[in-house]
Design a protein around this ligand. Structure first.
Ligand SMILES: [Cu+2]
Length: 158
């Protein structure tokens, strides 16, 4: 009887393994402009046939990890906590980038220094959980567009 149960359990394992996590993460990096807060940026790719939603993030490096976005309020860019998370469309991608959506570290337990790596767990609900190590790169410049332009405007240059 016991042997039959074990056989049944073993038979289930390959079935579970076939359902691969559809989410891949590319070009992840973390940075911090001060000793208490930091953020992580990356490109989320969904190879599955259904939309996935990043519903939460966790890391040991901070007291709290939240999903944030930037929004202009009365001409000032503010960070907003996005409770509902970020959707990654089926066969699509979603970028977490400077000046936009990001993973926010609040209450860093230690400063994030270049070369450190930050453990990060991303919860995609039914689409699975992605565990990763994100390299800290405080020197990295925004890719193109928004972040750089905003800095230029703020600098008072023509
Ligand atoms: Cu933020």
């Amino acid at each position: 009887m016991k042997r039959m149960i074990l056989a049944a359990v073993a038979a289930l394992i390959p079935v579970a393994a076939v359902a691969q996590d559809p989410i891949a993460v590319e070009d992840a990096y973390a940075r911090s402009a001060n000793p208490v807060t930091g953020a992580a940026f990356m490109v989320l790719k969904n190879s599955g046939d259904t939309d996935c939603r990043l519903t939460g993030a966790a890391s040991d490096v901070a007291e709290r990890v939240e999903l944030h976005t930037h929004q202009e309020v009365d001409g000032v860019m503010k960070m907003i906590h996005v409770e509902e998370g970020f959707i990654v469309a089926a066969h699509g991608e979603h970028s977490l980038a400077r000046g936009g959506d990001h993973v926010m570290f609040l209450g860093l337990k230690a400063p994030l220094n270049d070369g450190d790596s930050v453990p990060l767990s991303l919860d995609f609900g039914d689409c699975g959980t992605v565990e990763m190590q994100v390299a800290v790169d405080n020197q990295r410049m925004p890719r193109h567009g928004m972040g750089a332009n905003r800095m230029k405007m703020g600098g008072g240059q023509p």
